[in-house]
Write a protein that binds this ligand. Structure first.
Ligand SMILES: Nc1ncnc2c1ncn2[C@@H]1O[C@H](COP(=O)(O)OP(=O)(O)O)[C@@H](O)[C@H]1O
Ligand SMILES: [Mg+2]
Length: 323
C-alpha cells in the first residue's frame, strides 16, 4: 500500500515508519526540510507541506495524493486533523482512505470541557468547573489544578497550592479549575474499528519524559483503566487510533484527563507488546480480516535512545527549494 504520513519530524510518524516501512511504500511529509523522518524514505517519497493552519495545506496534500496515487493519508499533527477531516469527501473521491476520527469527535477532543461534558456520568472525571473569580474565591482546600480548555503539550497547566496562585490565572472561562489528581498516570493507546468496535486498548505508563516524548515507559494491564478508555472512545465516537489519558485521584479512582485523537509517539512499545496499531490500520484499509474482540497484550518496558541518519546535504537543499 502507498501511504502519505505527515509530521515526519515527530515521534508518531517515525513510529508508524518503524511498523510499516518494510512492507509498504511510505511517503513522508513535513513543513520543515530538517524533519528527520523525511530522510528515512527515498527522495521521490518526500514532501514539504504548509503549516497545519495554512489554507493551502489541503490543496497541497490533495495534489500530492493524486499525483503519487496515495491510498492512505495519515495526518499525525494536531493542527492538521480538523481541516483534513472536514475535507474527507475530497480525499475519498480519489480513493484515499483517511483513518482519522470524524470532525465532530475531533472538535470534542480539542476542547477538554466539551470532552468531560460528553462523558460525564459514564466515565470517571475529575471535579471540574470553569475558573472565574467567584469560583476561585469559593475554593476552601488546596491543592487544586488548572489547565486551559484548549491546551496541549502541558502549556498553561499549574498546580494551585494557595489562593495567591490564582492571581496570575485568566478568569474568563478559558481555564478549567479541577480537583488535583495526585496518583499514577496512564496513556491508553486505543484502536477502534470502522464499525465502532474497540479492538485495542493498551495502557502505558510514561516513566520518564524528555521534551514531551516518553523515553522510558511500560505497558501495564489495569482493567479499570482499559474499560474507562474503551467507554470514552465509544461515547465520543473515536475511529482508528487515539490516546486516552487518565490519572488516579486521591480516592483511588482513575479519572479522565484528555483524549488525543491521533497517533502517539510511543507506539513501538504498544506494537512490541502485541498490538501493532499501524498494521491494524493498514489491514483495515486494505479490507483484510480484522480481530473481532479486544486484543491481548503483554506487560513490557522500554527505554529509548537517539539514532543517526547520514545523507548528502544536497538532499536537504533540494527540499528547501520545494518549500
Ligand atoms: N486534574 C489534574 N490533577 C493533577 N494533574 C493534572 C490534572 N490534569 C492534568 N494534569 C497533569 O497535566 C498534564 C497535562 O494535562 P493534559 O490534560 O494531559 O493536557 P495536555 O497534555 O493537552 O496539555 C497531565 O499529563 C497531568 O500530568
Ligand atoms: Mg496530555
Amino acid at each position: 500500500m502507498r501511504l502519505l504520513i505527515t509530521g515526519a519530524g515527530g515521534a508518531a510518524a517515525i513510529s508508524v515508519w518503524k511498523s510499516l516501512a518494510a512492507e509498504h511504500e511510505l511517503h513522508m511529509a513535513d513543513m520543515d526540510p530538517l524533519a528527520s523522518g523525511l530522510y528515512l524514505v527515498p527522495e521521490a517519497q518526500r514532501l514539504i507541506i504548509p503549516r497545519g493552519d495554512d489554507p493551502r495545506l489541503l490543496d497541497v496534500l490533495y495534489d500530492a495524493c493524486k499525483a503519487r496515487r496515495i491510498e492512505l493519508l495519515l495526518p499525525t499533527v494536531d493542527a492538521e486533523l480538523f481541516p483534513v477531516a472536514m475535507a474527507r469527501d475530497r480525499f475519498e473521491s480519489i480513493g484515499v482512505t483517511l483513518p482519522i476520527s470524524p470532525a465532530e469527535c475531533l472538535r470534542i477532543c480539542r476542547d477538554k470541557q466539551l470532552l468531560l461534558d460528553a462523558v460525564q456520568g459514564k466515565v470517571p472525571v475529575p471535579g471540574n468547573e470553569p475558573l472565574t473569580q467567584e469560583a476561585a474565591d469559593r475554593v476552601d482546600s488546596f491543592p487544586r489544578f488548572v489547565k486551559p480548555r484548549l491546551g496541549a503539550g502541558s502549556r498553561g497547566i499549574a498546580k494551585i497550592e494557595r489562593r495567591e496562585d490564582f492571581d496570575t490565572q485568566p478568569k474568563d472561562g478559558s481555564v478549567m479549575l479541577q480537583e488535583y489528581l495526585p496518583g499514577e498516570e496512564f496513556s491508553v493507546d486505543v484502536y477502534v474499528r470502522r464499525d465502532g468496535v474497540v479492538i485495542g486498548a493498551v495502557p502505558r505508563e510514561r516513566m520518564k519524559v524528555d521534551s514531551g516524548i516518553a523515553i522510558a515507559s511500560r505497558t501495564v494491564n489495569v482493567p479499570e483503566v482499559i474499560q474507562a478508555a474503551i467507554r470514552t472512545a465509544e461515547i465520543i465516537g473515536i475511529r482508528g487510533v487515539a490516546n486516552v489519558q487518565f490519572k488516579r485521584a486521591a480516592d483511588g479512582v482513575f479519572k479522565l484527563l484528555e483524549v488525543n485523537p491521533r497517533f502517539p509517539g510511543t507506539l513501538p512499545l504498544t506494537a512490541a507488546a502485541g498490538v501493532d496499531i499501524p498494521k491494524l490500520m493498514v489491514d483495515e484499509a486494505m479490507g483484510r480480516p480484522m480481530p473481532d474482540k479486544l486484543l491481548p497484550f503483554k506487560e513490557l518496558m522500554v527505554v529509548r535512545y537517539w539514532t543517526e541518519r547520514y545523507f548528502d546535504a544536497r538532499e536537504w537543499e533540494a527540499l528547501c527549494r520545494r518549500q
